[in-house]
Design a protein around this ligand. Structure first.
Ligand SMILES: Cc1ncc(COP(=O)(O)O)c(C=O)c1O
Length: 416
């Protein structure tokens, strides 16, 4: 089987090697996302008929002749610059992103993907706009490395929409968006922000880990670089470190330069597992979506809960934007408890048997963490009205999760 492309789509090139990544055998009609997830990046002919690509543990590539070596005449140059394993993954990710994607960069973590994308769009003397709801380590990068480099960061209210125009300076190069915020879950009006950025000559970078390209078509909504922490839903099993950036034609050349000059690449086993995870991401996300909403609705009805922060709920302030721009939700959301003592919240968490207490998310297992955005926000005030917990709803039977949460609330009441 060959890799399938949308009819008329340009054949993407591997960012690392610059070689065409797909030998298109064009299907009669554009393929649906779930079919692309299964077929993209597969070239079984070059894999001796095996369904999956080999895991190339590779650095040196040998050239057949001195003439070939001098002329760099080889499909692959060096392990860091691309192998059949990395090409298969790049090709699959590009196919899922769609025609607006000019190339995909593979990085050793989600945070590495974020920092690499940012480094490719701003340098000394530049200014960037970053949502106040951003993943906290992204903020640390801006406040640390960017500041030392002489890049100024202004944090903005995630709900700002088109009014972001007022924050632009002559040297504003990029706007960083994340929707929803991965703790506080505000939705952002990304098409409105992207339109302003385009008018002002800046680019838009998005952390699209929550929705993935399956539920938010970032590049088609005006985003120039869409970033995913592949540690989450791409991997799906809490066992890899991986990140990726899908870039459009405008942002790809600078991204390529940063990738190559900084020598960034991913270990072959993690690339293989990322590609394997991608094959089932569609059905896993569907289940995370359904179970997440089921548990979120149930939590909304609990007397201990003040609010559920989930854009898929009609009660959520971001619901209209979510309905307009997104086609699904993942399994990550937060709740605000009615005011209660910290020991009672800890008793709730300790009583849960099916929710692990750990950072990260997107794996098959359910998780819970206690968080406080107020510790680091600077452009907006975080005053939710009670303690805040973030849940990741995994692939367990949701009824078992509800029973477990029921036990948690009993422990909360007992510890009050
Ligand atoms: C929204 C979001 N973006 C990026 C990352 C970073 O991913 P990684 O842990 O792979 O560096 C995380 C990790 O938790 C995250 O939640």
């Amino acid at each position: 089987m060959r890799s399938y492309m949308a009819p008329g789509a340009a054949v993407p090139r591997a960012l690392s090697t610059g070689l065409p990544t797909a030998m298109a055998k064009t299907p009669k009609s554009p393929l649906k996302p779930d079919t692309r997830l299964v077929t993209a990046g597969r070239d079984t002919k070059s894999q001796y008929g095996f369904v999956n690509p080999a895991v190339y543990h590779a650095s040196t590539v040998l050239y057949p002749t001195a003439e070939d070596q001098v002329a760099h005449r080889s499909r692959y140059q060096y392990g860091r610059r691309g192998t059949p394993t990395s090409e298969a993954l790049e090709q699959a990710l590009a196919a899922i992103e769609g025609d607006a994607c000019a190339g995909v960069a593979l990085l050793p973590s989600g945070l590495a993907a974020i920092s690499t994308a940012l480094l490719s769009v701003a340098g000394s003397g530049d200014h960037v706009l970053v949502t106040d709801s951003v993943y906290r380590p992204t903020r640390n990068f801006c406040n640390g490395v960017f500041k030392r480099m002489g890049v100024e960061t202004t944090y903005y209210d995630p709900l700002i929409g088109a009014d972001i125009a007022t924050l632009f300076k002559p040297n504003t190069r990029a706007v960083f968006v994340e929707a929803p915020g991965s703790q506080s879950f505000e939705m952002q009006d990304i098409p409105a922000i992207a339109e302003v950025a385009r008018d002002k000559g800046a680019v838009v970078l998005m952390d699209n880990t929550w929705a993935t390209p399956l539920y938010f078509r970032a590049l088609e909504k005006g985003v120039d670089m869409s970033i995913q922490a592949g540690t989450k839903y791409i991997g799906g099993h809490s066992d890899i470190m991986f990140g990726c950036i899908s870039a459009n034609a405008k942002t790809l050349p600078a991204l390529k330069t940063v990738m190559q000059t900084m020598g960034l690449c991913v270990g072959p086993d993690d690339m293989f597992l990322a590609l394997r995870g991608l094959r089932t991401m569609g059905i896993r996300l569907k289940r995370h979506n359904e179970s997440g909403l089921h548990v979120a609705h149930w939590l909304e009805s609990r007397p201990e809960v003040l609010r559920v922060l989930h854009p898929g709920l009609a009660s959520d302030p971001g619901h209209k934007i979510w309905q307009r721009d997104f086609t699904g939700a993942s399994g990550l959301f937060s709740i605000v408890l009615k005011p209660t003592s910290e020991p009672s919240v800890l008793a709730f968490m300790n009583a849960l048997a099916l929710f692990g207490m750990g950072f990260s998310w997107g794996g098959f297992e359910s998780l819970v963490i206690l968080f406080d955005c107020g510790e680091y926000r600077t452009a907006t005030r975080w005053a939710p009205g009670g303690p805040t917990l973030r849940f990741h709803i995994g692939l367990e039977d949701p009824d078992d999760l509800l029973a477990d949460l029921e036990g948690g609330f009993a422990a909360l009441a007992a510890a009050k």
